[in-house]
Ligand binder design. Structure first.
Ligand SMILES: [Zn+2]
Ligand SMILES: [Zn+2]
Length: 391
């Protein structure tokens, strides 16, 4: 391990910041106190601070030297609607809200990096420290991009990081291409004709639609996708009926689709429409499909993945960087930034032992031993990318 010494010296302070943030979690677009905490510290390091982007987003700008080169480093501010059960002294003081995804750690590490980079001044260029709201479900990253993040703060590349408690502490994992999946949702409403259950011939039973559709939708992945392409179709809700002897007039199915490529996503949506229309026609009823593409796949670009690898390897050693991790079908709204700019999103291993709680678990707590590691990664990446070159 080759940590940046200033991050090690700062570690006790980082732990205090992280525990403060953990105890005061705020959810999507309501991260006002968190944003104020971040803005205050960035200003105290001498950075130019911009607030209000996507509501509670914050961007800190560090300019050193005369180069016009710039990169962005991104962390997320938001917590989840979870009742914390960690029992820790710094457990959430906000009932029903919790930093169960480690965004408190992400925010702290990026703040630490900002302080150290500002102190060392070993770059020639600009670093944009991006603190985005609402990573969970609400697409705060998308809103920042739509509100002109990359126009207001021009940069050639953007980098993201997520703690990964199922991977060993002190390791990194990254790959070029997709690392996290695209996340779509759907709702199918089939409308038949209600009837007395004993006289089913007088109605058109939408329960039949549901039973056939759930099975048929599972054939998309098994029969329509190339066996080496990945996709998931999950029906997660079925709503219909109120009592024993009445055939309901309507059934509602809802669920989620995951994929890594646009081609697979298009194929799944197209086949879903055919199946829904076909089964509705078979049973002489109508059905509608509402298909909504929420988060795109998180796709790393080639050159920036090499840059991220160089930084991670400099900190934890090349042998501790997995360059071929199996991608994960969960999704990440950093994907919207990667659609607009080349960049790389990495997983930083934070496992404590075999019983480390997973992300979104009510007992989850960010691994404080990794704060200096993550901050060192950011400092190293920025100093490598914006190295003061001899002319
Ligand atoms: Zn999460
Ligand atoms: Zn997260």
């Amino acid at each position: 391990m080759n940590l940046v010494p200033e991050t090690v010296a700062l570690a006790p302070e980082l732990v205090r910041w992280r525990h403060h943030l953990h105890a005061h979690p705020e959810t999507a677009f309501e991260e006002r106190a968190t944003a104020a905490f971040v803005a205050e510290r960035l200003a105290s390091f001498g950075l130019e601070v911009h607030t209000g982007l996507a509501g509670t987003g914050v961007v800190g700008v560090l300019r050193v030297g005369s180069s016009g080169d710039a990169i962005g480093l991104r962390a997320d501010l938001d917590a989840l609607h979870i009742h914390e059960k960690s029992g820790l002294p710094h457990a959430s003081k906000h009932e029903g809200r919790m930093h169960a995804c480690g965004h408190d750690g992400h925010t702290t590490m990026l703040l630490g990096a900002a302080q150290v980079l500002a102190q060392r001044k070993r770059i020639d260029g600009t670093v944009h420290f991006i603190f985005q709201p609402a990573e969970e479900n609400e697409g705060g990253g998308r809103v920042m991009v739509e509100e002109g993040l990359f126009d207001r703060f021009p940069m050639r590349a953007v980098y993201g990081l997520h703690n990964w408690p199922s991977r060993p502490a002190g390791t990194f994992a990254l790959r070029a291409g997709p690392l996290m999946g695209a996340f779509d949702i759907f709702e199918i409403v089939a409308t038949g004709k209600g009837a007395h259950a004993a006289m089913a011939y007088e109605g058109r039973d939408p329960m039949l639609f549901a039973s056939h559709a759930i099975g048929a939708l599972q054939t998309i992945v098994s029969r329509n996708l190339h066996p080496l392409d990945a996709g998931v179709v999950s029906v997660t809700q079925v709503h219909a009926g109120d009592t024993w002897n009445v055939i309901p007039g309507e059934v509602v199915l809802r669920g989620t689709v995951r994929s890594f490529t646009r081609e697979v996503q298009d194929t799944i949506e197209r086949r879903m429409r055919t199946i829904v229309d076909g089964i509705a026609a078979t049973f002489e009823m109508t059905a509608t499909l509402r298909y909504e593409r929420r988060y795109p796949a998180t796709v790393n670009s080639e050159a920036e993945t090499r840059h991220a690898l160089a930084a991670a390897a400099a900190v934890v050693g090349r042998d501790s960087v997995d360059t071929d991790p199996q991608p994960n079908m969960a999704s990440e709204d950093f994907a919207f930034m990667l659609q607009a700019k080349p960049g790389c999103y990495v997983w930083m291993g934070t496992q404590r032992g075999p019983d480390t709680p997973t992300l979104h678990n009510p007992r989850f707590d960010f691994n404080d031993d990794m704060l200096a590691v993550g901050a060192s990664y950011w400092v190293t990446l920025a100093e490598q990318q914006l190295a003061a070159r001899a002319r």
